[in-house]
Design a protein around this ligand. Structure first.
Ligand SMILES: Cc1cc2nc3c(=O)[nH]c(=O)nc-3n(C[C@H](O)[C@H](O)[C@H](O)COP(=O)(O)OP(=O)(O)OC[C@H]3O[C@@H](n4cnc5c(N)ncnc54)[C@H](O)[C@@H]3O)c2cc1C
Length: 426
């Protein structure tokens, strides 16, 4: 590859914040709200024009899995003040709820702003360089929380990582979520997992999908929504793509978009209730399930999850979900069938050390980019668990600033006291 030497230049430096959070997904919003609630001057930057990450701009159907107490419970209560407590997501409502929470906590939010480079002082991160319509600017901070999903800044700061599955680097497929309107939901079927089958007049629905949808699409995942006649569809599929490469993201976006009309035709033809349906919207951000797994002071494993281990330095508690590994080579379930055998009934904990990236100080990881194996990630990547990770990381960041210590040297009992007060308990 040819190399272009970018000339050095002076750029404006904004006022320093105590805590700088990167990425406004479930983990980043949680981290920012809780850092601010814990007394830190907090800035949150997000590359897109909305808060919520995959939950909103990714057009997600529902919060999957669960955790104990904490921010996830608060999000459900704020999203459904009428008391329904459904885990279905109305993305438009959620955008407003999250914005309200950020404003109430007095978080300094800047949208349309990409975190580009870490500002390093030896092994300590001292902020980031960001780029937006306003140009390039330096955003200094005492603690940085990387909640970008891909760990963009942690990677550039030099934290060691692997991508995808340990043995071959393969990553879970990408999906462009979309919503279908005009569905007679009383007659429709909603297979919500790969194992869920349903008989429709022409046969079994998953078998029909394998026969009629273009590879690597070929499964049916449909979810009701909070709105009448609207169904969320998780059926587009693109394999062998890397979410840290713009070219692959573009290829996936185009491939999934080409599947939309075919999937709609399939549903109209084979699924009762969809005869007069139409596409009302598609996600403005393609859904990336998996990219980098960083080396942390601890790396969560599938065994920890299966044993429901309670770590001394627990930061997320009673987390529960199965190993949601999509097929890395086609539609449906992962060929290893690892999801099927999931037997664990008790919730597991995630230790604080998974948020601490090796080799870099002043930096915390939160959300799907914490330190964990490919299989463990397939479990903890769901949004309730990511939201509660963000809460813990935000409190830890604020406490580190207050105590003037590196997050690595924070007295974890103090973090846990704050979490217990938010009903997060092992
Ligand atoms: C297709 C699909 C379906 C899923 N289905 C479900 C489901 O039904 N239920 C469930 O609970 N979970 C589901 N998940 C998993 C879940 O959505 C994600 O794992 C979760 O949202 C991760 O949260 P996060 O906050 O870590 O990251 P994200 O939600 O990805 O948020 C990261 C944020 O950071 C921003 N960002 C990225 N890079 C930068 C940068 N350099 N600078 C500034 N901002 C940046 C992004 O724009 C985004 O807003 C699904 C995921 C996918 C892809």
């Amino acid at each position: 590859m040819d190399i272009y030497h970018e000339p050095a230049r002076d750029i404006p430096q904004q006022q320093a914040s105590d805590v700088l959070v990167l990425g406004a997904g479930p983990a980043g919003v949680a981290a920012a709200v809780w850092a601010a609630r814990s007394g830190a001057r907090t800035r949150l930057i997000e590359r897109s024009g909305d808060v919520g990450g995959m939950a909103t701009i990714g057009l997600m159907s529902h919060w999957t899995g669960s955790t104990r107490g904490g921010f996830y419970q608060e999000l459900l209560e704020r999203s459904h003040p009428e008391g329904s407590r459904t885990n279905l997501i109305d993305p438009e409502r959620l955008k407003t709820v999250l914005l309200d929470l950020l404003q109430e906590a007095d978080v300094d939010l800047q949208l349309y702003t990409l975190a580009c480079r870490p500002i390093m002082e030896n092994r300590r991160i001292a902020g980031v360089v960001a780029e937006s319509k306003s140009g390039r600017e330096a955003l200094p901070a005492r603690v940085v929380v990387d909640a970008t999903g891909d760990g963009d800044i942690a990677a550039q700061a030099g934290v060691p990582y692997v991508k995808g599955r340990e043995q071959d680097g393969k990553m879970q497929p990408m999906t462009l979520m979309f919503k279908i309107g005009g569905v007679d939901t009383a007659r429709a079927v909603f297979p919500g997992s790969f194992e869920e089958t349903a008989q429709v007049p022409a046969g079994e629905i998953q078998a029909l999908a394998r026969a009629h949808l273009p590879y690597p699409a070929g499964h049916v995942l449909l979810y009701p929504s909070t709105l009448p006649g609207i169904v969320t569809c998780n059926m587009t599929n693109c394999i062998d793509v890397d979410g840290t490469k713009a070219g692959d993201l573009t290829r996936a976006q185009a491939a999934c978009r080409r599947q939309l009309d075919v999937i709609l035709d399939f549903l109209k033809t084979y699924v009762p209730g969809f005869e007069k349906s139409y596409i009302v919207s598609s996600a403005s951000l393609i859904g990336v399930r998996e990219t980098r797994h960083f080396k942390g002071d601890y790396t969560l494993t599938e065994d920890d999850i299966l044993q429901a281990r309670v770590f001394d330095d627990w930061a997320v508690t009673q987390a529960h979900f199965n190993f949601d590994v999509h097929n890395l080579t086609g539609p449906g379930l992962d060929a290893t069938g690892v999801q099927r055998g999931f037997a664990q009934k008790n919730g597991y904990t995630i230790p604080y050390r998974c948020f601490l990236p090796q080799g870099v100080d002043g930096l915390l990881l939160a959300g799907r980019n914490i330190s964990g194996t490919h299989l463990a990630h397939a479990n903890y990547r769901v949004m309730p668990i990511c939201a509660n990770m963000g809460q813990a990381a935000g409190i830890a960041a604020a406490l580190s600033v207050r105590r003037a210590v590196n997050p690595r040297d924070l007295e974890v009992r103090e973090l846990q006291q704050a979490l217990l007060a938010a009903d997060v308990r092992p």
